[in-house]
Design a protein around this ligand. Structure first.
Ligand code: PA5
Length: 447
């Protein structure tokens, strides 16, 4: 079984000047315990469902995916936010680098994958230009079934399917709420293959539901292993969840306003984007649960080592002391290669080392240099990147963010702050019921 270890030495006063004291961490640990107990109550009452997902029955997904194997050259994922970022993180971590450039045979007769995740006409144009409708499966993912970006992209893709196929509906999978939403109605009307996102699983906590699992299965990934990894976190890692949450809480209390997630592998670059959404949408809140004004939250930043040693590290080391950095280290790197430095004597010091070794040396060097500058960092150490470890990492961070939010007395599962912007946009688009918002916009927007 794969592992994720937590190393937080460089956050503590024993190793870091002005690091956390045991008492400080203990106080945050008590707060985190309360957050965890609130979380357990919410999940026992089925208010929140992401931690129950490892018990989800995967047989329908496997059956459908097995029947479709070899039929499609392309898979287009249509979704946004929590209905896309998790899938992108899964594919970035687990598919070979440059996957879409492999031939059908090299891909094991599995489809290439494209993300229609933004209403960017350039992007959608080129996705459709590269795909042939008869060889394409479109997976449209939206919990609400009505998100304007997703529906707009899908409308264009649907027209394209319609124009090119006798039966466009057999080329669509819909992943949405189990009961409600216009997209569910549309799917039922046309007998489209549909998968349900449990009602108590919110967008940014849904990567281990059909949202992430159906695309993962379509791309040949081992979904059982992903869920096994996630299950292990639920069953046996409460201490780690508490610890990590307590460290985050301690630095939030100290006023460190920036939370940097910095894996030392390109395979977790999209994971940083997924984590940024999870952190900011869950913890950035104006009010506590009892209605007091708090303006909670810290700003997430994604960085990738070693690349960002050559861009952001200068700021992390010598800039303001407003950041906590979470590194992710891999115990082993797939396809590790020995550096071939014999072509010039100046590089002979590299001989005998590998790329993976260099990556980890760079991480350790960065940790120490930050520590010397009094900048706190902690580290998640994973044995490698595979389905099991990725399932673990998602579940661990979902738990940590939920527990951290509940410990802060805010609701980590809502996102009231994104509504008003949507309503102004609906007004501009002429949607019925949003006339007042259009008027307010026209009166107040400074052109
Ligand atoms: O976390 C969330 O709830 C949001 O980011 C949603 O995932 C996002 O707005 C997309 O919503 P939907 O799945 O309803 O299209």
């Amino acid at each position: 079984m794969s592992y994720i270890k937590l190393d937080y030495n460089y956050t503590m006063s024993e190793f870091l000047e002005n690091g956390l004291t045991d008492e400080e961490l203990e106080a945050s640990n008590d707060a985190a315990k309360k957050g965890l107990s609130d979380f357990i109550t919410l999940s026992e009452e089925s208010e929140v469902g992401f931690s129950n997902l490892p018990e989800f029955d995967l047989s329908q997904i496997k059956k459908t995916v097995k029947a479709s194997k070899g039929q499609y050259n392309d898979l287009i994922i249509v979704g946004i936010g929590g209905s896309s970022l998790g899938v992108e993180a899964v594919t970035n971590a687990l598919l070979p680098h440059g996957y879409n450039a492999l031939s059908f045979g090299e891909r094991g007769c599995l489809p290439r994958v494209w993300f229609a995740d933004n209403v960017d006409p350039h992007k959608l144009y080129w996705i459709l230009k590269k795909c042939e409708a008869e060889d394409t499966l479109v997976c449209v993912i939206t919990k609400s079934g009505s998100t304007v970006e997703t529906i707009s992209n899908f409308s264009i893709i649907y027209k394209w399917l319609n124009e090119n196929l006798k039966d466009p509906f057999s080329h669509i999978y819909v992943i949405t709420d189990p009961e409600k939403g216009p997209l569910r109605e549309f799917a039922e009307m046309h007998n489209i293959k549909t998968f349900s996102i449990p009602s108590n699983v919110g967008g940014r906590f849904s990567v281990l539901s059909p949202v992430g699992i159906v695309p993962a299965a379509l791309l040949g990934l081992d979904i059982d292993r992903m869920m096994e990894g996630a299950e292990e976190i639920v069953k046996s890692e409460k201490e780690k969840i508490l610890h990590l949450s307590a460290i985050y809480l301690s630095f939030i209390k100290r006023g460190l306003n920036i939370n940097v997630m910095m894996p030392y592998t390109s395979r977790l670059k999209s994971f940083c984007e997924w984590f940024s959404q999870l952190w900011s949408e869950s913890l950035g809140k104006r009010y506590t649960k009892d209605g007091s004004e708090i303006h909670a939250g810290t700003t997430p930043v994604g960085a990738v080592g070693a690349n960002d040693q050559h861009s952001q590290l200068q700021l992390y080391k010598e800039g303001p002391s407003d950041k906590l950095i979470t590194f992710v280290e891999l115990g082993s790197h797939d396809f590790d290669a020995e550096i071939q430095a014999g072509f010039h004597p100046e590089f002979s010091y590299l001989t005998g080392h590998s790329l993976g070794q260099l990556m980890n040396y760079e991480l350790h060097a960065t940790e120490l240099s930050l520590r010397k500058a009094g900048k706190p960092s902690l580290k998640l150490v994973m044995d490698g990147v595979d389905e099991c470890s990725v399932g673990k990492l998602f579940m661990l961070m979902q738990y940590v963010v939920a527990v951290t939010g509940l410990s802060m007395d805010i609701n980590p599962f809502d996102q009231p702050g994104v509504e008003e912007g949507k309503h102004f946009a609906y007004g501009m688009l002429g949607r019925e019921g949003f006339e007042e918002k259009k008027k307010e916009f026209d009166d107040q927007y400074i052109k």
